[in-house]
Design a protein around this ligand. Structure first.
Ligand SMILES: Nc1nc2c(ncn2[C@@H]2O[C@H](COP(=O)(O)OP(=O)(O)O)[C@@H](O)[C@H]2O)c(=O)[nH]1
Ligand SMILES: [Mg+2]
Ligand SMILES: [Zn+2]
Ligand SMILES: [Zn+2]
Length: 387
């Protein structure tokens, strides 16, 4: 957190958009408002928030200290009546923080971005899946709610649940990893109340401080918090422009691919998945990623050859700099057994789901990215035929 505010504060106010203390001294530090704006004495947002809101640009990436953010968030967790943990359903592995969930006395979980799942996914299946995931860590939330903060789906039921759990004039803390949609959720609830919501952007790390808001004529206080950083999200290894190309905006696309040993499935030029085993055995896999992310089948040899030089083939979505820098730290190969009812999740990118049989695979990703096997999220549909 910025430390150079102290005596130079022009006001004791914090930015309404990102929660950072306002200052008029240093244009390059967070919370800056030009002196003529600050002297008006009304509620203002900092220049960074102003520019995100009006031009959609973020020209002042802020470095935050992870320890400070944890301390700030755990403080909120301590003070509120209910914790509302938000997760992003299309990148559950990349955003799930068991340590955070365990810290809550009373926990509700908002499963956000369900609008990005294939349209026929039953919400109750998603809820059961999330409950199962939490249960594996000994966490039993009071409620799990599928929502789309962006589209407004499920928001009323969640609000009723939050009110019920927090009680009259209760406090609810909105917590979770960066970019899961906490600020979007709060803005959605504030719609029509006349109060401005916090700043929302597609870049992680927008919210810098604690942002309290009152709902329903002070019946409920909601506290937005900065997002916690998680490790291993592939998109976090890319520049901001490239990362945004892998963040889905419309429902995920899924592609059925036939693949045998000796062949690899390549997702967006960032991850390769190679089945291991007999080469006469053909596998069918279903790959889920943001629309527009290219999915190729290549000869395994080609994958190995490319890794030495320009990264994985099919990296047309990456800028030259990202392509070069991904190779620089090397590539990791993870061998794993994936059972029939499991997915291989590449954190921050998407997942691959073997059909009909389980599969032993080698997953190739840039160093720093994480991969895991997990229970299958999207259940088997009617019998599928490969292309
Ligand atoms: N598709 C989709 N995108 C969402 C949803 N909620 C938030 N987003 C997007 O996710 C990104 C991060 O949102 P934000 O609210 O700033 O996340 P925060 O860091 O948790 O506060 C933004 O690009 C939002 O537009 C949702 O329900 N569906
Ligand atoms: Mg936020
Ligand atoms: Zn701000
Ligand atoms: Zn890039």
């Amino acid at each position: 957190m910025p430390t150079n505010m102290g005596v130079f504060n022009v006001t004791d106010e914090v930015c309404e958009g990102c929660g950072v203390p306002l200052q008029s001294e240093d244009p390059d530090a967070p919370g800056y408002v030009p002196p003529h704006v600050a002297s008006r004495g009304e509620a203002v947002v900092c220049r960074r928030c102003y520019r995100i809101n009006h031009y959609g640009v973020e020209d002042l990436p802020v470095k935050v200290d992870e320890e400070d953010v944890w301390a700030m968030v755990l403080d909120v967790v301590d003070q509120v009546d209910v914790c509302l943990m938000v997760v992003d359903i299309v990148d559950f592995e990349g955003c799930y923080l068991p340590r955070l969930a365990s810290a809550a006395k009373r926990l509700l979980v908002a499963v956000n971005k369900v609008d990005l799942l294939p349209t026929k996914t039953p919400p109750e299946e998603v809820v059961a899946w999330v409950r199962q995931r939490l249960k594996a860590d000994g966490i039993s939330p009071q409620g799990v709610y599928p929502i789309s903060a962006a589209k407004g789906f499920g928001m009323r039921a969640l609000l009723e649940a939050a009110k019920g759990a927090a009680g009259r004039k209760g406090k609810v803390g909105l917590v979770g990893a960066t970019n899961v949609g906490k600020s979007t959720l709060l803005s959605r609830w504030l719609k029509g109340t006349g109060e401005e919501g916090p700043t929302v952007s597609r870049f992680p790390g927008t919210t810098l401080g604690v942002i309290p808001r009152e709902l329903d004529a002070s019946q409920l206080e909601i506290v937005d918090t900065p997002g916690l950083t998680t490790r291993g999200r592939l998109t976090d290894l890319l520049c901001r422009a490239c990362a945004s190309r892998f963040v889905p905006e419309a429902p995920l696309s899924s592609k059925l691919v036939k693949v045998s040993a000796g062949q690899s499935v390549v997702i967006g030029g960032l991850a390769g998945v190679t089945p291991l085993g007999r080469s006469d055995q053909e596998h069918i896999v279903l790959v889920f990623a943001a629309g527009g992310v290219p999915i190729h089948r290549v000869k395994e040899m080609r994958l190995t050859r490319w890794l030495g030089g320009e990264g994985i083939p099919g990296s047309s979505l990456l800028c030259g700099e990202c392509r070069a820098s991904l190779g620089r730290d090397g590539w990791e190969e993870v061998v794993m057994d994936v059972a029939e009812m499991e997915d291989v999740a590449v954190h921050g990118l998407g997942w691959l789901s073997p059909r009909r049989t389980g599969l032993k695979v080698r997953v190739t990703v840039p160093a720093g990215a994480m991969v895991s096997a997990r229970p299958r999220l999207i259940g088997p549909k009617a019998p599928v035929t490969a292309r």
